[in-house]
Write a protein that binds this ligand. Structure first.
Ligand code: EPZ
Length: 417
C-alpha cells in the first residue's frame, strides 16, 4: 500500500502529455472478443484497470501481447464464458464482457459487480437490454447467467443514459440478426470512439454521439488496428491543477472538443484558457471566483470531474453550489477535504462549498479513483505536508500521476508503506 507525500504551495509550470483514455480503452479492448485474429491497440494507458481487463481476457482464452503502450489481442481461442467474482469486484467494467460473450459464444456467466464507494452501481439496464435482444437472463448465487439461441435486433430504451450499458448493448447488437435501435443512449466521446472502432471492424453503427444509436447486425467482424483517444478526465484534472496552483500548464495530445463544459466552468473561475489544435494552455489567476456546478451526462459537466472541481472551489472567493446528479454517494472526498480545513456542507445531492484562504496539509485516505485525485490536488496547494494513503485507487485510472506532477514542479513523491 503506497502513499503519496506532497509539500504544497508550488505553482505548476510546463507541459504535460495526456495519456490514452481509460474509459475508451476498456470497452475497446474487450471488443476484441467479437472477432478472431490479431487486433492492435496503441496509446493504451498503463493502468491497473487495463491490467485487470487484460487478465480477464486471458482467462477467457484470448492471447495478449504488450509492448509499452501497444497492446495486441487475438480472441480466436476464446473458450471460456465466465468472468469470476474476484475479477469483477476489482473492476466493475468487467460486466462489458456480457455482450461480446453472448454475441460470440451465445452464453455468459458474469459475477454481479456489486456496489462500490460511489454508489450501488446496478446493471439492471444492461440486463433488460440483453433480454430485449432475446437473451435469457438468470441471477444465481451472485452471478448473471445469460444464454441465447440467437440474438435478434430490437428497440431498446434506456431509463438512464448508461455509458457501459450503451457499450454492452452495442457489442451484443453488432452480430445480432437484424437492426437494433438504442434510445436514450449515452453520448460520451468514449461512445463515439467505440462506435468508430466497431465500424472499422465491419460493424454498421450510426448515430453514436446522439441519444439514438442504430446497429445493423452483420455476420462477422474483422480484427482492427486503432489508437486510443486522449483521456478527457485526466486532462480536466491537470487543467484544474493548473488553475488551483496559479500555474501555467500546457496539456498536449488532448482533445479540446471533449472538454467544453470543463473549459467553460474553469474560465468562469477566472483561469485563462488557450486552445491550439491538440493542446490546451491553462494559466491560473490569483482571485479564483466561486462557480456553481451540476454534474450531468455528456455534454454536461462530467461527474468524474466533480471532486477535482470541488477542491478548486474550496479555496475560491465565495460560495459554490455543487450538485452531483449521476451517483448517489459521490461526496466521500468531502470528509477528507474537511480534515484539511475545507468549509463544505452537504445537503442530499448538493454540496455548499465556502471558499477559504488556504487548506492545511494532513494525512488523508483515498476511497475511490476520482476522490483520490482530488486529495492529491488538495495537497498541491495545502500548507505543509499532505499524505494520501491507499493510492491504489489512483493507480486504477491515472498513469504515474505523481511523476507527471513532479515534472511540472510539484514537491510530490510516492512512498512505499
Ligand atoms: C461510466 O460508468 C464510467 N466508467 C464512469 O467512470 C463514469 O463516472 C460513468 O460512466 C458516468 O459518466 C467507465 O466508462 C468504465 P453509468 P458506468 O452506467 O457506465 C445508473 C471513472 O471514474 N445505472 O453511465 O458504470 C448508475 O447507478 C468511472 O472513470 C443504473 O441504474 O456509469 C448511475 O447512477 C467512475 N442501472 C447512472 O446510471 C444500470 O444498469 C449512470 O451510470 C446502469 C447504470
Amino acid at each position: 500500500m503506497d502513499k503519496i507525500v506532497i509539500d504544497g504551495g508550488r505553482p505548476l509550470k510546463g507541459r504535460v502529455r495526456i495519456s490514452g483514455a481509460k474509459n475508451a480503452a476498456l470497452p475497446i479492448l474487450i471488443s476484441a472478443l467479437l472477432t478472431e485474429g490479431w487486433n492492435t491497440y496503441t496509446n493504451v494507458p498503463n493502468l491497473k484497470d487495463i491490467q485487470s481487463t487484460l487478465h480477464l481476457l486471458t482467462n477467457l482464452g484470448a492471447r495478449i501481447e504488450i509492448d509499452k503502450d501497444t497492446v495486441r489481442i487475438d480472441a480466436g481461442g476464446l473458450c471460456k464464458h465466465e468472468a469470476p467474482y474476484d475479477l469483477v469486484r476489482k473492476m466493475r467494467a468487467s460486466v462489458l464482457v456480457l455482450g461480446p460473450l453472448l454475441a460470440r459464444l451465445k452464453k455468459a456467466r458474469v459475477s454481479l459487480p456489486g456496489g462500490c464507494a460511489i454508489g450501488a452501481r446496478p446493471i439492471n439496464l444492461h440486463l433488460k437490454g440483453l433480454a430485449r435482444l432475446g437473451a435469457s437472463i438468470e441471477l444465481k448465487h451472485g452471478y448473471v447467467e445469460a444464454s441465447a439461441e440467437s440474438l435478434k435486433g430490437n428497440e431498446i430504451y434506456f431509463d438512464i443514459a448508461t455509458v457501459t450499458g450503451t457499450e454492452n448493448l452495442m457489442m451484443a447488437a453488432v452480430l445480432a440478426e437484424g437492426t437494433t435501435v438504442l434510445r436514450n443512449a449515452a453520448r460520451e466521446p468514449e461512445i463515439v470512439a467505440f462506435a468508430d472502432v466497431l465500424n472499422q471492424m465491419g460493424a454498421k453503427i450510426e448515430g453514436a454521439g446522439t441519444s439514438i444509436i442504430t446497429v445493423q447486425g452483420v455476420s462477422a467482424l474483422k480484427p482492427v488496428s486503432v489508437k486510443i483517444i486522449p483521456d478527457r478526465i485526466e486532462a480536466g484534472t491537470f487543467m484544474v491543477a493548473a488553475a488551483l496552483t496559479k500555474g501555467d500548464v500546457t496539456l498536449t495530445d488532448c482533445e479540446p472538443g471533449d472538454l467544453e463544459a470543463v473549459m467553460h466552468k474553469l474560465k468562469l473561475t477566472g483561469a485563462a484558457i488557450k486552445v491550439e489544435d491538440k493542446c490546451i494552455r491553462v494559466v491560473g489567476t490569483d482571485q479564483i471566483a466561486s462557480v456553481d456546478v451540476k454534474t450531468l451526462p455528456y455534454p454536461g459537466f462530467p461527474t468524474d470531474m466533480q471532486a477535482q472541481f470541488m477542491v478548486l472551489m474550496s479555496v475560491a472567493g465565495g460560495l459554490s453550489i455543487i450538485s452531483e446528479t449521476i451517483f448517489e454517494n459521490r461526496f466521500i472526498h468531502v470528509s477528507e477535504l474537511q480534515r484539511m480545513g475545507a468549509d463544505i456542507t452537504i445537503s442530499g445531492d448538493t454540496a455548499l462549498v465556502k471558499g477559504i484562504p488556504h487548506l492545511s496539509g494532513a494525512p488523508v485516505m483515498a476511497t475511490d479513483l476520482r476522490a483520490s485525485a482530488s486529495l492529491v490536488l488538495a495537497g498541491l496547494i495545502a500548507r505543509n505536508t499532505t499524505e494520501v494513503h491507499r493510492v491504489y485507487h489512483l493507480d486504477r485510472g491515472y498513469e504515474a500521476l505523481e511523476n507527471k506532477f513532479a515534472r511540472l514542479g510539484a514537491a510530490i513523491k510516492r512512498v512505499k508503506v
